[in-house]
Design a protein around this ligand. Structure first.
Ligand code: 13P
Ligand code: SF4
Length: 304
């Protein structure tokens, strides 16, 4: 019989004095062996407070990079360094600088799904869990540049009734695969179900939802919902997390196409290799890290 990979990850975790953090979209077996699974804000908080020597970060690059920035004393490893986020790559520092030059008085809010260099050009970061509160922290008359997710930025602006938010044209290719037609079809199949979607979804999809929330917000909505049927409009890795936490809820994915290939690059095998060889360490240029840290810390001050 071969070695059980989960046992091997656990053994190596002890040996390396590591903590394993996993995003809610990770493969089920990766989430199950992790010390903590959560949304990006929860993971950032965990990364900041841990005293483990090593953080094995199972998510995508910007999340691991953020852990390395806010807790530079730790060694942050990624099982697969190719796990990026296409949305994070949709904004360039040069483009953002040009936009800032056109709107010199605007505040810049940067979704954490971005590079450290983009964060360093921003006043404050946000995640999907706190975007509305972060935007509300700027006086209503102040112009805001929101990068890179136009869907999240538009949703937060809509919730606050702000018409002075300049949206960068970025989007999540995975969430934009969920169509309004998918929601209508699932609702026709399950007329009593409530619909919970991520704010990275398109405006048409959000308009059909009962709840728009971060990944952990969707989990809470599903678990607390008295209607025990929920249509879930986010990446399908969330199915595992919700089914595990609240098995009584009848859960339907809005679309099976919402499968983020980057999130799925991390596997148990790669976690073993990473801890065995202490490889794929995430490092950030200290000059860039300093600016990025300021924007992340400001976010954590507003929403501790
Ligand atoms: P959450 O912060 O809601 O976990 O979302 C992260 C993400 O990448 C969604 O696509
Ligand atoms: Fe990036 Fe979208 Fe994947 Fe989240 S689901 S990591 S935003 S591509």
């Amino acid at each position: 019989m071969g070695v059980d990979l989960t046992d091997r990850v656990r053994e190596l975790k002890e040996k390396r004095k590591a903590v394993i953090l996993a995003h809610n979209y990770q493969r089920g077996e990766v989430q199950d062996v992790a010390d903590f699974a959560g949304d990006s804000l929860e993971l950032a908080r965990k990364a900041r407070e841990t005293d483990a020597q090593v953080i094995l970060f199972c998510g995508v690059h910007f999340m691991a990079e953020m852990a390395a920035i806010i807790n530079p004393q730790r060694t942050v490893l990624m099982p697969d360094p190719n796990a990026g986020c296409p949305m994070a790559d949709m904004v360039t520092v040069r483009g953002l600088r040009e936009l800032k030059a056109k709107h010199p008085d605007a505040a810049v809010i940067c979704y954490v799904n971005s590079s450290a260099a983009t964060k360093a050009q921003s006043d404050v970061c946000c995640t999907s869990a706190n975007a509305v509160r972060i935007m509300a922290s700027f006086e209503p008359g102040r112009e805001i540049i929101f990068v890179p997710d136009k869907s999240l930025g538009a949703w937060a602006a809509e919730k606050l009734g702000r018409d002075n938010v300049i949206l960068w044209e970025g989007f999540c290719p995975t969430h934009h695969r969920i169509l309004a037609r998918d929601i209508r079809e699932r609702k026709a199949e399950h007329p009593n179900a409530k619909v919970a979607v991520h704010p990275e979804c398109t405006e048409e999809v959000r308009a059909l939802a009962d709840e728009v929330a971060s990944t952990s917000g969707i989990l809470r909505f599903a678990c607390e919902n008295t209607a025990s049927e929920v249509i879930m409009g986010t990446e399908i890795g969330m199915l595992h997390r919700i089914r595990k936490e609240c098995p009584d809820v009848a859960l339907y994915a809005a679309s099976q196409l919402a499968d983020c290939p980057n999130m799925k690059l991390n596997t148990l095998e790669k976690m073993v290799w990473s801890l065995e060889d202490m490889e794929h360490e995430v490092s950030v240029d200290p000059a860039v890290a300093e600016g990025a840290k300021r924007a992340i810390e400001r976010m954590l001050e507003i929403t501790p």
